[in-house]
Design a protein around this ligand. Structure first.
Ligand code: SRM
Ligand code: SF4
Length: 596
């Protein structure tokens, strides 16, 4: 760790040192003052919404609406053209719903579908964190959208912003009753860590307004305090042997330990995260550490105390170093464990053994412990829309109209139509067939293990295409796999339009991270079930070079591996890259790739 980072993290921004003071020190990140002055996340959002002259909201409100699950965006395909015509950018808003564990009822599905048509861009986006996103909502339609969602008991509170976000959980209710119990814990964690402010209800749902400033000042945020967290915070719950939630990619994780159908408790993981900045060695992805085991009834206290430690010790000066992973990396895992146990008043128990076999989804029809059926559909990059004969959106709408079970959004942007009785199965099968929905077998193994983030045209941070480009790149890689007889070998491949890592590319056996238009950094050597980070192998390469390199690697994989060896393990074993979970080595490799 560099001296600069160490100084910032142990320096005077430390919240405990200013929480008692009436004035904030003047060296904090700009967002800290926005939160301080926001009257618990209200800001001037009401005024921004009333302003009909512009399609955007005030600058500070752009930060505050994130806490309400909303991002201001503009259509990047139209940016230059509009600039030339001296028009303001084509502003609209992305809305992310909170869906703990990814479970939604058919009524909720129909609501999101109808809102997408009425107020959004006519598509629904299932995210890498089991949530719904709607794009293209203009300012005047934000309130009606949130109100329609509210009627279906869906909210977007804390879906973004410097708070704990949607809590993910393995969505398969299949093996045992304990899976349902684990899901309930994910929901409880989500509810427990929600902010307390009524700002969401006031601003969006016409809830009763606080009459005076004093009333607002008197409300309490018992977990977060007035300044919330230094940065976003993400929690997941995994159920071995599936690591579909990518537990090591998140700030806080719980790995359920189930024996003979009974939930014993959870191993606790801390300090994972994906985001980094190109060319900035202070930033890095990090896999979480497993720090011990707790019983189910201790979960909420553990989650709360972990969040509070990050609240008190996270970096509030440099936002780019404010994620919990940096707090852990700088202060050390031993310090963290001592701090946590001292706050809890007891020690975590010894980590229990667990084994993961995959971080992808299982596709097709699966029968659960209670004889009910679950259908995991393949959804390309999570985008729900009709295209030609593939009438995905219409098909899911038709299913929702008759389905008596629920829908489960997976952490790999797919969808499970869950809890179908034996009697209802033929009806669902018929609708699947009628609309040409994809149950898995129709697409290659590569595609089944692939994800791409949204990127262009909505994401303001995208440097290269991802969702719109990945399918055509996969066509070409599939041809190479066929050529070397490797089509049946599952390889995880993920693409993002920038290094923020929204599709968790550093945990894919092939990771492509956007660097500029048509250019990507190539990461290799990650573990097949998300246990080990990939390492950069080539910097800033275009499609021709990507395919050339991948072909060479596949040829060697074919000749030098046995049929059981995963691609990432092979890459590491033969020394194509030296995999590392160490941030320092991660950047040394980056420099080598840039030099080559
Ligand atoms: Fe993400 C920012 C989309 C999962 C790391 N992410 C964004 C924004 C909101 C861009 C922005 O700030 O303006 C993107 C909106 C694009 C759009 O038009 O929809 C965006 N992130 C997404 C989604 C929709 C990708 C997807 O294809 O599904 C995922 C929504 C998840 C959800 O439902 O909550 C999404 N983002 C992730 C993940 C994966 C995960 O959490 O499992 C990561 C990496 C894990 C992590 O957090 O470390 C991730 N997103 C980021 C970052 C980098 C944070 C960092 O530590 O540096 C940013 C940028 C930021 O926060 O400043 C970001
Ligand atoms: Fe946008 Fe980058 Fe996230 Fe992709 S990885 S959605 S480009 S922020």
């Amino acid at each position: 760790m560099t001296d600069k980072v160490a100084k910032q993290v142990s320096g005077k921004f430390h919240l405990l040192s200013y929480i008692e003071q009436s004035e904030l020190p003047d060296n904090l990140a700009a967002n800290e003052y926005i939160k301080e002055n926001s009257r618990y996340l209200r800001g001037s959002i009401d005024n921004s919404l009333a302003d009909r002259i512009t399609g955007q909201v005030a600058i500070d409100d752009q930060q505050l609406i994130k806490f309400h699950g909303i991002y201001q965006q503009d259509d990047r395909d139209q940016r230059n053209e509009r600039r030339k015509r001296k028009l303001e950018p084509k502003f609209s808003f992305m809305l992310r719903a909170r869906v703990p564990g990814g479970i939604a009822s058919p009524h909720q599905w129909l609501t999101m579908d109808s809102i997408a048509g009425q107020y959004g861009n006519d598509t629904i986006r299932l995210t890498t964190r089991q949530a719904f996103q709607l794009h293209g909502i203009v300012k005047g339609n934000l309130r009606p959208t949130l109100q329609a969602m509210d009627e279906a008991l869906i909210d977007s509170i804390a879906a973004c912003g410097d708070v704990n976000r949607n809590v993910m959980c393995n969505p398969n209710p299949i093996e045992t009753k304990a899976h349902q119990e684990v899901y309930q814990w994910a929901v409880r964690i989500s509810e427990h860590l929600l902010p307390n402010t009524r700002a969401y209800h006031e601003v969006w749902l016409d809830g009763e307004k606080y009459p005076t400033k004093q009333d607002v000042d008197n409300i309490e945020e018992p977990i977060y305090g007035k300044h919330y967290l230094p940065r976003k915070f993400k929690t997941v719950v995994a159920i071995p042997p599936y690591n579909d939630v990518d537990v090591f990619a998140h700030d806080l994780g719980f790995i359920a330990i189930i024996k003979e159908g009974h939930l014993l408790g959870f191993n606790v993981t801390v300090g994972g995260g994906m985001g980094m900045t190109h060319g900035d060695p202070e930033t890095f992805p990090r896999v979480a550490d497993v720090i011990g085991f707790c019983f189910p009834q201790q979960v909420l206290a553990v989650a709360e105390q972990v969040v509070k430690i990050q609240r008190d010790y996270g970096n509030r000066v440099e936002r780019k170093l404010a994620r919990f992973k940096y707090t852990i990396a700088v202060r050390g895992i031993d310090w963290f464990k001592r701090e946590l146990e001292s706050r809890l008043g007891y020690q975590l128990l010894k980590t229990q053994p667990f084994e993961f076999i995959s971080n992808s989804d299982r596709y097709g029809w699966i029968k659960g412990h209670d004889d009910r059926w679950h259908l995991n559909l393949y959804i390309e990059n999570g985008r729900i829309k009709d295209s030609g004969d593939y009438r995905l959106r219409s098909g899911l709408r038709a299913i929702a109209e008759v389905h008596k079970g629920d829908f489960r959004l997976t952490p790999n942007q797919n969808l499970i139509v869950a809890n179908i009785s034996e009697t209802d199965k033929p009806k669902i099968e018929q609708l699947v067939k009628l609309h040409n929905l994809i149950t898995g077998e129709q697409v290659s193994k590569l595609r089944r293990h692939a994800m791409a983030c949204v990127s262009l045209p909505t994401c303001s941070l995208g440097m290269a295409e991802a969702e719109r480009y990945m399918p055509t790149l996969l066509d070409k890689i599939e041809q190479l796999q066929d050529k070397y007889g490797l089509s049946e070998r599952p390889i995880t491949i993920r693409m993002t339009g920038c290094p923020n890592g929204c599709a968790r590319p550093y945990l894919a056996e092939i990771g492509l991270v956007g660097k500029g238009p048509g250019k990507y950094n190539l990461f290799l050597g990650a573990g097949h079930f998300g246990q080990r980070l990939g390492v950069i192998y080539r910097d800033n390469i275009d499609e021709t070079e990507i395919l050339r390199v991948i072909e060479q690697l596949l040829q060697r994989y074919k000749n030098e591996s046995n049929s059981k060896e995963h691609f990432g393990d092979f890459i590491e074993r033969v020394g194509i890259v030296t995999s590392t979970n160490s941030p320092r080595d991660f950047h040394l490799e980056l420099q080598t790739a840039q030099a080559s």
